[in-house]
Ligand binder design. Structure first.
Ligand code: AHR
Length: 502
């Protein structure tokens, strides 16, 4: 049986955990908005057409910020289409997803939904087909209290108070050849720098996110960040990382090592940002916004979901509706472990996405809303993560993965706050349980107040419309004696422990 040990000491702090690590993402894509968060006429919908059952699940998920409205969608989006009387709004072709966008839900409706969800807006501007002027217009419309044409237009459209959006993404995945308006790092870096400077001329307190790479395997990964940051270092605060993993893209052992891969991506982007900092002789530090991450079977989308032709683009088609398994949820839990272990350099992150589209929450039109397997590790981590991330000091057996080389069987993250300590664990062993001993002597006399696990004899079990509660969290036992906590992690499992304050 594989073994691992962990030492927890409140003195070994990594850094403060920004609540924005528990963000998500809503794109105008597929049934994310229409038939997802919004379905007028559904029995659970409120007077604005928002599904109350979905809102309840979003609140339970514990989502801090929501990136909006894309994604690839934003690179062809005209924000003006989405405000004003709904009946006057145009229907547009969405070139990213070959769908039609009716603009029935726009900026005002979405911000009203966000208030109900208790989440904060993170807005992306279109730097694909548009530029500085349109970004400034949107900023004026959203954030200026009153007294200018666009701020007064917002007021006459029914929103007296400004949206006060703090964090803005300067485009989306501009390194990707699939992106509308894709350009090289030099051209994008110059455009992002101009846009950021102009936006700061209006409001110097904004937090701006420049596009990093769409994934770690992009041929330009590393060089892209280096060039873009050379152009924008003084102008921006965060650089984005995006990454998706899927079991179908590798073997099980490599898929289970996704958190290891995410950690490498974070560390490589941090190293690149710090090398630009040194070369430019700056004191300011650039941190990461990991604003798209999840399990996503991209190849299935390429093969099955894509809409072809030019006169048959549907409104809100079923796109990217991946069904998540137990092993997918274990990987999502391990990705959250990686984010917590880099809390000193990752300021913000967004699980991509939220409802129906590669999502922890699914809905059926006129029917139920349910939790996918991935809902559980996210909701528990968001609820239990404390204010400070601690270094977990892990000694673990390892295994060889074909894609990522030598990987630890057990990974862990630890957080603390005045009320206690939380420990998150993943067991990547496929065939056997792993015993983990945790040295908690430095915490004093503590007890285990919560211990939950996600695992199943069938690692490919999933929650579906027909069987929405097939997979759920299970209690797990953990014993403490003489400053040591011992727990046996089932094969392919994710576990969360909450310890009382000492
Ligand atoms: O989240 C789905 C898509 O993945 C987003 O639109 C895009 O930014 C990324 O490639």
């Amino acid at each position: 049986m594989p073994q691992a040990s962990l030492t927890i000491n409140p003195a070994f702090a990594i850094g403060a955990v920004d609540r924005r690590l528990f963000g998500s993402f809503v794109e105008h894509l597929g049934r994310s908005v229409y038939d997802g968060i919004y379905e007028p006429g559904h029995a659970a919908s409120d007077d604005e057409g928002f599904r109350g059952d979905v809102l309840e699940l979003v609140r339970e998920l514990g989502v801090s910020t929501i990136r909006y409205p894309g994604g690839n969608f934003v690179s062809g989006f005209k924000w003006e289409d989405s405000v004003g009387p709904a009946s006057d709004r145009p229907t547009r072709l969405d070139l990213a997803w070959h769908s039609k966008e009716t603009n029935e839900v726009g900026l005002h409706e979405f911000s009203s939904w966000l208030r109900k969800a208790g989440s904060e807006l993170m807005l992306a501007v279109n730097l694909g087909t548009r530029g500085v002027e349109e970004a400034l217009d949107l900023l004026e419309y959203a954030n200026v209290p009153s007294g200018s044409t666009l701020s007064d237009l917002r007021r006459s459209n029914g929103l007296e108070e400004p949206l006060a959006v703090k964090t803005w993404c300067l485009g989306n995945e501009m390194d990707g050849p699939w992106q509308l308006g894709h350009r090289n790092a030099d051209d994008y870096g110059k455009l992002a720098s101009m846009t950021a400077k102009a936006m700061r001329q209006l409001d110097s307190s904004l937090e701006l996110v420049v596009c990093g790479s769409s994934n770690r395997t992009m041929p330009t990964f590393g060089a892209w960040e280096h060039t873009v940051l050379q152009h924008t270092y003084d102008d921006i605060d965060l650089i984005s990382c995006h990454a998706y993993w899927a079991e179908s893209q590798s073997d099980l052992g490599s898929f289970l090592a996704a958190g290891h891969d995410m950690s490498l991506m974070i560390e490589e982007v941090v190293a690149t940002a710090d090398s630009v900092k040194a070369a430019l002789k700056k004191t300011k530090q650039i941190n990461i916004s990991f604003d798209e991450w999840n399990v996503w079977d991209i190849e299935r989308f390429a093969e099955e979901d894509q809409i072809t032709g030019i006169d048959n683009w549907p409104v809100a088609p079923r796109l990217l509706e991946d069904s998540y398994t137990v092993v997918d949820a274990v990987v999502v839990g391990s990705l959250l472990i990686s984010l917590l272990n880099h809390a000193d350099r990752v300021s913000s992150a967004s699980l991509a996405q939220l409802v129906n589209v590669i999502a922890p929450i699914m809905t059926e039109p006129g029917g139920i809303a349910w939790k996918q397997t991935t809902f559980f590790p996210f909701a528990v981590t968001s609820r239990l993560a404390g204010a400070t991330a601690l270094t977990p000091r892990i000694v673990s057996d390892t295994y060889e993965s074909s894609v990522h080389g030598t990987v630890k069987v057990v990974d862990a993250a630890v957080t603390s706050d005045a009320q206690g300590t939380s420990v998150f664990l993943v067991n990547r062993a496929v065939d056997s349980a792993t015993t983990v001993t945790i040295d908690i002597a430095a915490l004093g006399a503590v007890s285990v107040v919560e211990a939950v696990a996600l695992y199943d004899d069938d690692i490919h079990a999933a929650n579906t419309l027909e069987s929405p509660e097939r997979v759920a969290l299970r209690p797990i036992s953990a014993s403490t004696t003489d400053g040591t906590l011992t727990i046996e992690l089932p094969p392919v499992s994710w576990v969360a422990l909450r310890l009382s304050a000492g």
